[in-house]
Ligand binder design. Structure first.
Ligand SMILES: Cc1cc2nc3c(=O)[nH]c(=O)nc-3n(C[C@H](O)[C@H](O)[C@H](O)COP(=O)(O)OP(=O)(O)OC[C@H]3O[C@@H](n4cnc5c(N)ncnc54)[C@H](O)[C@@H]3O)c2cc1C
Length: 606
C-alpha cells in the first residue's frame, strides 16, 4: 500500500520564504489571527488525519467501489466513519464565516487541507469539496431564508452539496439544458428533468444532500441566458403544506456510473420528478450564480491535481531509493552513487539518469503546481477580505485570467506526474496492489470535469486575455517580468532568468497575435488555444520557479541546517529551466501555425 507524509516542509517554505505569509494575513481584515503558526498547526492536524484515516481506505475503496441497491447508494467500507471523523474535527468549517458556524480562516488554509485530503483519497475529498462550492453559491446569491436553512448545515458538515448542470445532451454546451422549473403557489418550484454525472449525487455519508440545479423557468429565453439556479434538497428542509421537513423530496437516483477512477466517489444519474426547489438569485441569472460555484470548484480541481501528483511522487521517490537494477554510469560527482552500489554491484534505480529525468520531472511539476495554486489561493484570501476595494477587484481580475490556466495546466501536469509514477515502478507500477495505477486512473478525471481542458483553453483565448482590453494580462505579465529581473540580478540564477525572459517574449508575441486574429480568424484562435494555454502555463510555472529559486538562494545563506533542502530546490529549478521550459518553444510554434493543418481534412478523410 502506498505511503504518504503531508508536504509540511514544502508548504512552510512557500508560505514563509516565497510568499511572505507573515505580511499577508496581518493586512487582511478578518484574517489577522491566521498567523503562520496557527496555519501550520491546522495543517499538522490535517496531515495526521490524512495519513491515519484516509490513506488506509483509499486502495480498498477503489477496489470495492460504491454500491447501488434499490435506489440507495452506499460508499465503500470505512468512508462513512472517516467522514464522521472529518466532520467532528471541524474540517468542513475551516474557511466558512463565523456568522454561519465557521472558523473564519482564510480560503487558502482550506485549500491546503484539500490538497492533503486529495492525496489521501481523491474520491473522499470530492464529497466535502462540492459542499464548499454550494456554501459559496448560497452565501453569495441566496436570500436570508435559504441562508438560515442551508448554510449552518453545510458548514457543520451534517449536509453536503452537489452541483447539477450536466444532462445527456448537454455537457460543454449548457445552452441546451432541458430541466424545467414550474412555479408553485407556495413560492417553491417543481423541478423536472434528468441530470447525469453528478459527483456525490447520492451517498450514505450525510442525512441530506443539497443539490444546486440549473433549470429553465416557463418564460425562459433560449440559450444560457434562460437558466436559473435552484436549491433542491434530497429531503425537505422545511415544512410545506402536506409535507413535513425531513420527508423525501422527489429526487430519485437512477444509477451510479462504473468509472475508470475515483471509484469510491458516487457519480450519479439523478431524476428530478417534480421535486421541490427554491430559486437562488434572480430568475434567468442561474449561470452567473453557478459560476460562483464553478470557479471555486476549478481551483479545487487544481488542488486535487497537486494532491494526487504529490502522493504519486512520494511513492515513486521511495521506490527509486530501494529498487536495484543494472549498473548506473558513474559520471556525476554530485550523485555520489558509488557509495550506494550494492554488494552485487547493482545500483539503485535513482542513480540512472533516465530515472532521474522522470523523478525530477515529477518533482519540478508537483512543486510548481503547489506554488501555482497557493499563489492563486492567496489572491482568494485578498478577494475575500477586501471585497469592493480596488485591491479586491485586482485580485478578482487576476483570478479570472488565471483560473483556466490553473485548472487545465495543473490537471495536465497531474496526468504526466502520475503516469511517470507508474513508469518508475516498471511492471510493478501496472499492478493494482502497489497503488500507482490508481493514482493515474483517479487523476484522469481532472482534465475532463469542471469544463474540459479544451473548453478552458477557449475561455482563455476568447475572453480572458482580452479582459479590460488586455490590461489584466499586461499587469500579470509585468509581475512575471519583475520577478524575472529580480532573479537576473543574482549571478547564479541569471541563466534561468534568461530562459524565462525568452519564454515571456514568446507569450507576449503569441498573445498579441491571437488578439489580432480574433476579429477576422476565430478558427485560428480556436486552433491555437490549447498550445497557447500550455505556453502560458509554462511561463507561469517559470515565474514561480524563479521565485522559489530566489527564496532558496537566500535561505541557503540564512539557514545552513537546511542546506540540502535549499540545494534541492535550486537543482530542481535548474532542471525546470533546462529540461521542461524549452517545451514552450514547441507550443509557441504550434499555436502560431494557425488552424490550417487542423482544418484541411474533410471528415471522410480521417
Ligand atoms: C466522474 C465525473 C464527474 C462529474 N461531475 C459532475 C458534476 O458534479 N456536475 C455536473 O454537472 N457535471 C459533472 N460531470 C460532467 C462533466 O462536467 C462533463 O462530462 C464535461 O463538462 C464534458 O461534457 P460532455 O461529457 O458532455 O462532453 P462533450 O461536451 O460532448 O465534449 C466532448 C469533447 O468535445 C470537446 N468540445 C465540446 N464542445 C467544444 C467546443 N465548443 N469547442 C471545442 N471543443 C469542444 C470537449 O472538450 C471534449 O473533448 C462529471 C463528469 C464525470 C465523468
Amino acid at each position: 500500500m502506498p505511503g504518504y507524509d503531508a508536504p509540511i516542509r514544502e508548504i512552510r517554505f512557500l508560505l514563509e520564504d516565497v510568499f511572505g505569509y507573515d505580511q499577508h494575513t496581518p493586512n487582511l481584515p478578518g484574517f489577522e489571527e491566521a498567523t503562520l503558526d496557527v496555519v501550520m498547526a491546522v495543517l499538522d492536524g490535517a496531515a495526521e488525519f490524512v495519513k491515519d484515516v484516509l490513506v488506509p481506505i483509499n486502495l480498498p475503496g477503489d477496489r470495492e467501489g460504491c454500491h447501488f441497491d434499490q435506489g440507495a447508494v452506499t460508499t465503500p467500507k470505512g468512508y462513512k466513519e472517516a467522514y464522521e471523523l472529518y466532520r467532528q474535527n471541524g474540517w468542513p468549517a475551516l474557511a466558512a464565516s463565523p456568522d454561519w458556524g465557521g472558523q473564519g480562516l482564510p480560503p487558502s488554509v482550506a485549500l491546503m487541507v484539500r490538497e492533503f485530503v486529495a492525496s489521501g483519497s481523491m474520491s473522499f475529498g470530492m464529497y466535502p469539496g462540492l459542499s464548499q462550492g454550494a456554501y459559496r453559491a448560497i452565501l453569495a446569491h441566496g436570500n436570508d431564508e435559504l441562508k438560515q436553512i442551508y448554510l449552518p448545515k453545510l458548514v457543520d458538515g451534517s449536509w453536503m452539496g452537489t452541483m447539477c448542470l450536466t444532462e445527456p445532451d448537454s455537457g460543454s454546451d449548457l445552452s441546451r439544458l432541458r430541466t424545467r422549473a414550474e412555479p408553485d403557489a407556495d413560492g417553491s418550484y417543481r423541478i423536472t428533468g434528468t441530470k447525469i454525472f453528478i459527483s456525490s449525487g447520492d451517498h450514505d455519508l450525510t442525512d441530506n444532500i443539497v443539490h444546486l440545479v440549473l433549470a429553465r423557468l416557463p418564460d425562459a429565453p433560449a440559450g444560457t441566458r434562460g437558466l436559473s439556479l435552484f436549491v433542491v434538497p434530497k429531503r425537505l428542509a422545511q415544512d410545506l403544506p402536506g409535507a413535513l421537513a425531513g420527508a423525501p423530496n422527489n429526487v430519485n437516483t437512477g444509477s451510479i456510473e462504473h468509472k475508470m477512477g475515483i471509484r469510491a466517489q458516487a457519480t450519479a444519474v439523478l431524476n428530478f420528478d417534480g421535486a421541490r426547489g427554491w430559486l437562488i438569485g434572480k430568475p434567468h441569472g442561474g449561470l452567473r450564480a453557478m459560476f460562483t460555484m464553478m470557479n471555486s470548484s476549478r481551483v479545487g480541481v487544481a488542488v486535487q491535481s497537486a494532491g494526487v501528483a504529490e502522493i504519486s511522487y512520494q511513492n515513486a521517490l521511495a521506490y527509486a531509493k530501494e529498487r536495484r537494477q543494472g549498473v548506473a554510469p558513474k559520471v556525476s560527482k554530485a550523485t555520489d552513487s558509488t557509495a550506494r552500489t550494492g554488494n552485487d554491484g547493482r545500483d539503485l534505480i535513482i542513480d540512472h539518469p533516465d530515472v532521474r529525468r522522470s523523478l525530477l520531472t515529477m518533482k519540478a511539476l508537483t512543486e510548481g503546481m503547489r506554488a501555482f495554486y497557493l499563489d492563486m489561493a492567496l489572491l482568494l484570501d485578498v478577494r475575500a477580505a477586501r471585497a469592493n476595494s480596488p485591491e479586491g477587484e485586482a485580485a478578482e481580475n487576476r483570478l479570472a485570467l488565471l483560473t483556466p490556466v490553473l485548472k487545465s495546466f495543473l490537471s495536465d501536469c497531474a496526468l504526466k506526474v502520475t503516469e511517470l509514477g507508474i513508469q518508475i515502478h516498471g511492471g510493478y507500477g501496472y499492478i493494482h496492489e502497489n497503488g500507482m495505477e490508481q493514482f493515474y486512473r483517479d487523476a484522469r478525471i481532472v482534465p475532463l470535469y469542471e469544463g474540459t481542458n479544451g473548453i478552458q483553453a477557449l475561455d482563455l483565448v476568447l475572453r480572458k486575455i482580452g479582459l479590460d482590453d488586455g490590461r489584466v494580462f499586461e499587469s500579470w505579465l509585468a509581475s512575471v517580468e519583475a520577478c524575472t529581473e529580480h532573479a537576473a540580478s543574482i549571478a547564479s540564477l541569471a541563466s534561468m532568468a534568461a530562459a524565462e525572459r525568452l519564454a515571456v517574449a514568446k507569450l507576449r508575441d503569441a498573445t498579441a497575435r491571437l488578439r489580432a486574429w480574433q476579429a477576422a480568424s476565430e478558427w485560428h484562435v480556436a486552433g491555437a488555444a490549447t498550445d497557447y494555454l500550455q505556453l502560458f502555463g509554462l511561463v507561469t510555472l517559470g515565474a514561480l520557479w524563479l521565485r522559489m529559486a530566489c527564496a532558496a538562494h537566500a535561505g541557503r545563506e540564512r539557514n545552513p541546517q537546511l542546506a540540502s533542502f535549499f540545494s534541492g530546490k535550486l537543482g530542481t529549478a535548474k532542471f525546470f529551466f533546462e529540461r521542461l521550459l524549452p517545451a514552450s518553444e514547441t507550443h509557441f510554434d504550434a499555436a502560431m501555425s494557425g488552424a490550417d493543418a487542423l482544418m484541411t481534412l474533410r471528415a471522410d478523410e480521417f
